[in-house]
Design a protein around this ligand. Structure first.
Ligand SMILES: [Ca+2]
Ligand SMILES: [Ca+2]
Length: 229
């Protein structure tokens, strides 16, 4: 019996260490990525926007038509300090529309730091209906350059917001979907690598209740899955 349980353990750990890639993107393009997010009804939902940029990028502007039932939390869009060189965000819903416009810019000629990762996050209030909602980019463009500016249209990868009734407390259920399986190992490992997965239920993931998420919690999640077989 012991031999049988060791095989999936190795498999799951291998999967765990090779599963930290995000949405597919071309490294030679400039791509804006709306990260998927999961939240509860009548609550708040934080949405992360990534930029994978082959070129230097100074400013980024895009619109997001908000799905029915969602509203933008005023001034909630914030730049990721890890990618900011004095950047700041201007944001708001265009008058008499449901279109959120977000502009990340600065008053210098300095580009955003790095070539990948989250550039900003914004917060929406969620509807009272569960469901899967589209978060799509419109009118995205970016600028770069020093002296003379170049404006270009980046590729975009849209995201979805999944709104559920309740986020359950269930040990090992790090992605808060009510069950414990391999995806929870993936999410826990992503969190360990600083990927900020959404949703992430810290209390469910921190299985040894020491206040940090590390390999011990990932292994304990593997054990939960194995031991119930
Ligand atoms: Ca789960
Ligand atoms: Ca822990």
């Amino acid at each position: 019996m012991k031999k049988i349980t060791q095989i999936p353990r190795i498999f799951l750990l291998a999967l765990l260490l090779t599963s930290i890639a995000g949405k597919a993107q071309n490294p030679y393009q400039n791509t804006l990525i709306m990260n998927d997010a999961v939240g509860q009804i009548n609550s708040m939902l934080v949405v992360d926007v990534e930029l994978c940029n082959y070129d230097l990028v100074k400013d980024v502007t895009f619109d997001v038509p908000l799905p029915d039932g969602f509203t933008y939390v005023a001034q909630s869009a914030i730049i990721n300090p890890a990618r900011s060189r004095n950047h700041y965000v201007i944001s708001g819903v265009l008058t008499n529309t449901n279109i959120l416009r977000i502009i990340a810019t600065n008053n210098s000629l300095l580009p955003l730091i790095g070539n990948s990762g989250i550039i900003l996050s914004y917060t929406l209030t969620t509807p009272d209906q569960t469901g899967v909602y589209e978060l799509n980019f419109e009118n995205a463009f970016a600028t770069w350059g020093s002296g003379s500016y170049c404006m270009f249209v980046p590729d975009t990868i849209n995201g979805i917001a999944t709104i559920i009734q309740n986020i359950q407390l269930l040990p090992g259920d790090s992605n808060c979907n009510g069950s414990v399986n391999v995806m929870d190992i993936v999410i826990t490992v992503k969190y360990m690598f600083g990927d900020n997965p959404q949703p992430f239920c810290f209390e469910n993931a921190d299985l040894n209740e020491d206040g940090i998420i590390d390999i011990t919690d990932a292994v304990n999640t593997v054990n939960i899955i194995i031991n119930r077989r």
